[in-house]
Ligand binder design. Structure first.
Ligand SMILES: [Zn+2]
Ligand SMILES: [Zn+2]
Length: 600
């Protein structure tokens, strides 16, 4: 019932989880002999089994009992034995215990030809038999000590169909060792506390609104600060690296997308067209590339103009299925740290190297951990890749060499390239340890020709440039969702929506507190005076709850000596220093984009 690769089924973890599903079902049937079984597959972090309890279902309070029985079954070292039955035999066997869900599935397997030549597979361990294609452990005693835990119970419809009976699903977690299980539980707890949707709400970073539409995030003032800071950083780094900024519209005529190949190849991910001026079709853009290509092509270009690096934080719109939308991770409107680099064949390697160095600089600085790179190559046997074999090999070699020279670990994957060139996917681990693609970078030797882009070489001949597509800071949506979870919402001073919270100890110092806040705002720092009537301790707690990196406490003594007492987020000790020194320090935190709120 689950589509997994044959090789994956042979792994110990797969057989372990699959076997535990059987062990759990056996235990559940000991408590409720009349329960009917539905599906019980291994899943990503363990296994589950669906039951129809024919009355009062088991609850969370029963899980300990089930676990105890499971441990007994494991101790018994029951061997798993395989046997095959014809459909009639299977029906007769399953009817003895009234397993109508299994009978329905057995009939479907045979009708659709999925049952295989030998018949329907059954596995028996101890007194328990289940229809299943395996594979399993040799015997239940192979289950490592303390490696599983029953997790939770939820409802689920038979075959996911709300018109069919509601079943009770019992989930279990299972890993190869107790340590791996404990590690997963700890990570999951952290990930839940730091979920970007939860923190986004608590820290007023972004919102969604049903009347605006699903997948269309709106950034609130606090979130807009984080976006602006990232954008400012990108602008500075790109300026230093010789990029030029452009600005192009988010809608465009269909002609452009026919030329680029987005139509028809990318049509599924685009919003339907708008018809204007009688018969003119316009699309919301899913990518910025074609507009940049138009800018390159608008003027005659010489080899002396290259490399030409065009950058834009561009708004793009993609049609994603409703069911796949998830917080900021999968949205329908996004803003991308995009740029396209047009260069000669000789310049490709150097440019690619500079881009990868920029990726590394950003990710190191943001403490995103060591990223891993997946290099997606063309498949010589497939016809979905444009261009000749030699050009492919050359481009792939360039990317491979650059990655190796930079000491970046990478894995190659054949057949996953973009249709116009090899693709580098930057993979970063999230809090659950799962790898996610944060951004991609592509070397394109095809699209320039489709757009008739050319430059004059130093021999006077017209030549086609290479194009590199890159977006190191990804989209704001994806990057910020990642950073919220990585930092637990506690942004470093330079990115923090509120940089300094000034806490007056008594009302007499209020005018002075406002004077300091005014001076900070004059220096373009985000500062706020807590004028609430709360107690001093409550004021400190509020600043901490809002994850404000710097609290400046102002009492009579501080006021008289032109000092402030500086308390850092998540740091116990505080320090009383002259106001002028404090402001100078703040300036350094901002200018160097110090990651001062990051607990390593
Ligand atoms: Zn099984
Ligand atoms: Zn592009």
């Amino acid at each position: 019932m689950c589509s997994v690769l044959a090789s994956e089924k042979q792994t110990f973890i797969y057989r372990l989880r699959h076997s535990l599903a059987h062990i759990m079902a056996q235990a559940v049937l000991q408590i409720r002999p009349g329960a009917k079984m539905a599906f019980g597959p291994p899943v990503e972090s363990g296994f589950y089994y669906d039951f129809d309890f024919q009355g009062e279902p088991l609850g969370e309070r029963d899980l300990e009992n089930v676990e105890n029985i499971m441990r007994r079954i494991i101790k018994e070292k029951q061997p798993f034995a395989q046997a095959y039955k014809t459909l009639d035999e299977a029906r007769a066997f399953l009817a003895q215990t009234d397993q109508n869900y299994k009978i329905e599935y057995a009939e479907e397997l045979v009708e659709t030809g999925k049952a295989g030549g030998e018949g329907l597979g059954f596995y028996t361990n101890g007194p328990f038999t289940d229809m299943c294609e395996g594979p399993h452990l040799e015997h239940t005693g192979e289950v490592p000590k303390a490696c599983f835990k029953l997790d939770r119970i939820s409802g689920s419809y038979w075959r996911g169909d709300e018109k069919r009976p509601m079943l009770t699903r019992i989930y279990g977690l299972a890993f190869e060792t107790k340590d791996a299980l404990d590690d997963f539980i700890a990570r999951r707890k952290l990930a839940m506390e730091r979920d970007h949707r939860k923190l986004g709400e608590e820290l007023d970073l972004f919102m969604m609104d049903a009347e605006v539409g699903v997948g269309l995030p709106m950034w609130m003032p606090n979130g807009a600060v984080v976006r602006d800071e990232l954008e400012q950083w990108a602008r500075e780094s790109e300026f230093r690296a010789g990029y030029q900024r452009v600005s192009t519209p988010a809608i465009t005529r269909s002609e452009l997308y026919h030329r680029s190949g987005h139509l028809p190849y990318y049509a599924e991910s685009m919003y339907p067209p708008m018809i204007v001026d009688e018969n003119d079709e316009y699309y919301l853009r899913p990518m910025n590339c074609p507009h940049h290509h138009k800018i390159f092509g608008a003027r005659p270009r010489s080899y002396r103009d290259l490399p030409l690096r065009l950058a834009e934080y561009g708004n793009t719109y993609r049609y994603e299925k409703h069911g796949s939308l998830a917080g900021l991770l999968r949205v329908r409107a996004m803003c991308m740290n995009d740029a396209h680099i047009y260069c000669t064949p000789e310049q490709v390697e150097g440019e690619f190297r500079a881009i990868m160095a920029m990726y590394r600089m950003y990710y190191d600085h943001l403490r995103m951990g060591n990223f891993r790179v997946r290099l997606s190559l063309h498949d010589p046997k497939s016809d979905k890749f444009v261009g000749n074999e030699e050009a492919w090999n050359r481009s792939e070699d360039i990317v491979r060499t650059v990655l190796a020279n930079l000491g970046i670990e990478f894995e190659e994957e054949t057949g996953e390239a973009a249709f116009y060139g090899p693709k580098v996917d930057i993979q970063v681990k999230n809090l659950l340890g799962r790898e996610e693609t944060v951004s991609t970078c592509q070397l394109d030797f095809v699209v320039a020709e489709r757009f008739n882009l050319e430059y004059t070489g130093n021999d006077g001949e017209k030549k086609t440039p290479y194009i590199i597509h890159r977006a190191p800071l990804s989209t704001h949506e994806r990057m910020i969702s990642f950073l919220i979870e990585l930092y637990g919402g506690a942004f470093p001073t330079w990115m923090a929506p509120m940089q300094v919270q000034i806490v007056p100890v008594k009302d007499e110092v209020l005018p002075c507190a406002h004077e300091i806040a005014g001076r900070l705002r004059g220096g373009l720092f985000r500062a706020h005076v807590d004028e609430s009537s709360e107690s001093f301790n409550k004021k400190i707690r509020n600043a901490v709850t809002h994850k404000i990196p710097n609290i400046w406490i102002l009492g009579m003594k501080e006021m008289e000596n032109r000092n402030i007492t500086w308390r850092r987020y998540a740091v116990q000790e505080q320090q009383t220093i002259p106001l002028d020194d404090a402001i100078a320090k703040l300036e350094v935190l901002r200018k160097d984009r110090v990651m001062d709120n990051f607990a390593e």
